[in-house]
Write a protein that binds this ligand. Sequence first.
Ligand code: 26Q
Length: 751
Amino acid sequence: MMKTRLEALCGKKIAECSYEEIYEALMKIVKEESRSQGRKVEGRKLYYISAEFLIGKLLGNNLINLGLYDETDKVLKEGGKSMAELEETEAEPSLGNGGLGRLAACFLDSLATLKLPGDGVGLRYHCGLFHQSFKNNLQSESPDYWLNGAQWAEDTGKTYDVSLAGETYRARLYQIDVTGYGGQTNKLHLFDLDTVDESIITEGIRFDKTDIEKNLTLFLYPDDSDDAGRKLRVYQQYLMVSAGAQMILEECMERGSNLHDLADYAAVQINDTHPSMVIPELIRLLGEQGIAFEEAAEIVTNVCAYTNHTILAEALEKWPKEYLEEAVPQLMPVIRKLDETVKERTDDAGTAIIDEDGRVHMAHMDIHFTHSTNGVAALHTEILKDSELNGFYKLYPEKFNNKTNGITFRRWLLSCNRALAGYIESLIGPGFKKDAGELKKLAAYADNGEVLQNLTRIKAENKKLLAKWLFKKQGILINPDSMFTIQSKRLHEYKRQQLNLLYLIHTYFEVKSGHLPAAPITAVFGAKAAPAYTTAKNIIHALLTLSKVVADDPQVSKWLQIVMIENYNVTAAEKMVPACDLSEQISLASKEASGTGNMKFMLNGAVTLGTLDGANVEIQDCVGEDNIYIFGQNSVQVIRCYERGDYCAREWYETDANIRRAVDFIAGDLMQAAGDRESLESLKRELIGKDWFQTFPDFNAYVVRKNQAITDYAVNPEKWARMALMNISQAGFFSSDRTIKEYNEDIWHLG
Ligand code: 26Q
């Protein structure tokens, strides 16, 4: 069946086709099949609006979801082709930064799988997030031209006019089919301008910031540290929400809404504050249809819900009124009225939409004018209620709720780790693919030596595959018989890659003095730093420089190897996650809202080394203390310490000889000989002078706990395999199917 279809489309035998030809033919087949799973929507439909959808490559995942993977794999093999090579043909859509964007993609997969009517709404960035490469041990950024080649997204021919700074721009609507696993097909709607022009990019990722027509959807902003891009970010956001809101109203009216009853037709989930302008925009558009402000505000409150992904106050978006006045003058009257409404409701100035300095607080507008505010892990939601958003919690206790994040097991197990998925199926049957809770059945094998050995063997195979991939990609040879510790996530001081760095330096000294680790260690990192985030870039530089220093030392390199994966993205994660022994989740307690990498590693049989932060807390609740390595201060201690404001990094540096030895090494002779003096010294100064995320107080506990894990791994492989098995068996709670069911039951009420 697949064979005849493919050969008919290609016009020749598979053996004679190029991978590009097969890829395009398969794309056509997948599109046809997914279209046939489309459903007419009845009742309430969800619009998940997000500046990011980090969907990853689509071919393999769609084939799995449509039940076509095995047959395709067989047909390719018969023609002398390999699925792995075929998948290299596809460029990864570069539409997200990290956790928040990947979460949106997992949610779309679960919505379609659960046959819930729910679409994504976002932007079609031409170059997306920058491509990262390493030059002289420094991060270098270049455009990621992922839009070359055949496209999953189709031009719908529809456009929506959007007014920015008084000029009208035409947003074109593209759509990507979102397939569910044995489910239905939903859509991802992405807006773009025809006039965007990649040729305005000059050096690296620099471009003319003034020419909106040419630059509006050119790049995805890597974070808020680049001031020059901030205005553009507002323009991008408004393009998305205005075109999105018009599309939503149009769809609902076509389905019979009279707009007064909009909440019976639409639920809008606002993914962090990036799409928050959808609130005043919907109110404005309802106003144009003759609905008075008060009623419009009430309708929109009933339609919209808001998810918060951060407790870092500096990461909550607030725009100077003047920016908005210039960029979206049509919204300001609405925002002012909303602000006045709030001032009638409460005299708590801390919850104002427009503050005394004239800044518009997007999160504040969200909480006042949506019916639900949720955090993304139990601890995170409690911290929001108790401290960061306490003023709002007092006003609206009923709006606050928790939705612990989840991941789709289709991509993060069935697709990225076929060997493990197949073995699990041979033990407990296929039910876990749709009902992740069934993984619990694995616990019955916790003392089965043969099963534990098979798990160890699969892990070893995956480590070899990662080694092979890394060699092909970066020419680096790693030892698959070493313990793989992996920390992969955006580079940020609160995530504390620098703590891992200090451990590795400490281990360097230990090996030098004859104290060998229980097993050879390969420390793998994957991380992009925002181009304007200097300290983050300095940490990457220190890691890369240390990697070289260690590699050049024959005594140490037998025991320790450090590698950074270039251009960490979903595709890289799919290779790293199945190969991990020890999952590093070492953020400063209270700072990581949830984390989702922690869930991916757990599901693939890694053991977590982590602080009691974000979803790590719930991972510990699931697996029990014996199956996780927890260390460091807890969130209460950290929050109290910040309140007291008495943390002094220098004191730790001066009194703890191990810390001092490691920190001094960063800018010492060996490192300076291999790296950049200015960058290394600046990192050292930052640590001693500030260490804002308290690396030093957790350092000794981290060293002890990590060495315990390495010893357990080396000395008692069966105990380790048992821990791995317990982690897999308890991972069911972290399926995004569970998360989506909770959103639907508590917030959306779809269908
Ligand atoms: C803001 C202003 C201007 C430009 C960019 C931004 C910006 C962009 C991306 C701000 C934040 C982000 C991304 C945030 C993010 O990924 N947060 C993570 O969300 C995950 C899913 O809930 C959590 O698991 C992580 O803990 C959280 O850090």
